[in-house]
Ligand binder design. Sequence first.
Ligand code: 1GP
Length: 238
Amino acid sequence: MSLYNQIKNARSKGDKVLAILLDPDKVKHDELPGLIERINQSRASIILVGGSEVASGITETVIKIIKDYSPLPIVIFPGDLNQITPMANAILFLSLVSGRNPEYLIGKHVQAVPLLEDSGLEVISTAYILIENGRETSVERRSGTKPMSRSNPDKIVRTAKAAEYLGFKMVYLEAGSGAKHPVSANLIEQVRSKVNLPLIVGGGIKSIQEVELAFKAGADIVVVGTAVEEDELILNSL
Ligand code: 1GP
């Protein structure tokens, strides 16, 4: 079964999915086997791999190591084209719909096609919505776009709904890596009440309480990255 169908099945049963994000630029290769072992033993069922700036070839090397140690699906969460590798199972094909930079809405995607065709990767179109979190994020810097204001939830909900009408398969509410304030439960609830797509929430989530809060508000998938980078023991409690 495709990963997307597994995600939809989980959603229809009310099963929540924890995804751990590994930044190939930050993980230490010799420590990866131990970290992966810990992820295998946690409740996480997806490993996302990606970062805003990763040197060419590193993503592939890291995914090869992960594959040696984990049966979990590996999903590319690309900051750029050079992170696309057929070694993974799937890719979140992100369109930054919170911004108005054509390169990040459709431009890079056109360039990605030759890398995706015949790659065997499952391509999951995902509307990527960057939300203001209290500090500047690397997505903002790199894409040259502004995040959406937390004080205008209606516009965020309409953006997510427009993405559903446009035929995107998932919506990702992103506060940004290391965000000061994760996406609020209230905002997740508002989006959830209008949008019937699998909902991913990430950015600045650092504890089991915050994970559960996001799930309870309506997130189907919660992504934790920085907190695991800072202390992998947190995996025991997630
Ligand atoms: C970032 O949403 C992901 O793109 C995860 O964020 O690193 O803050 O967990 P953190």
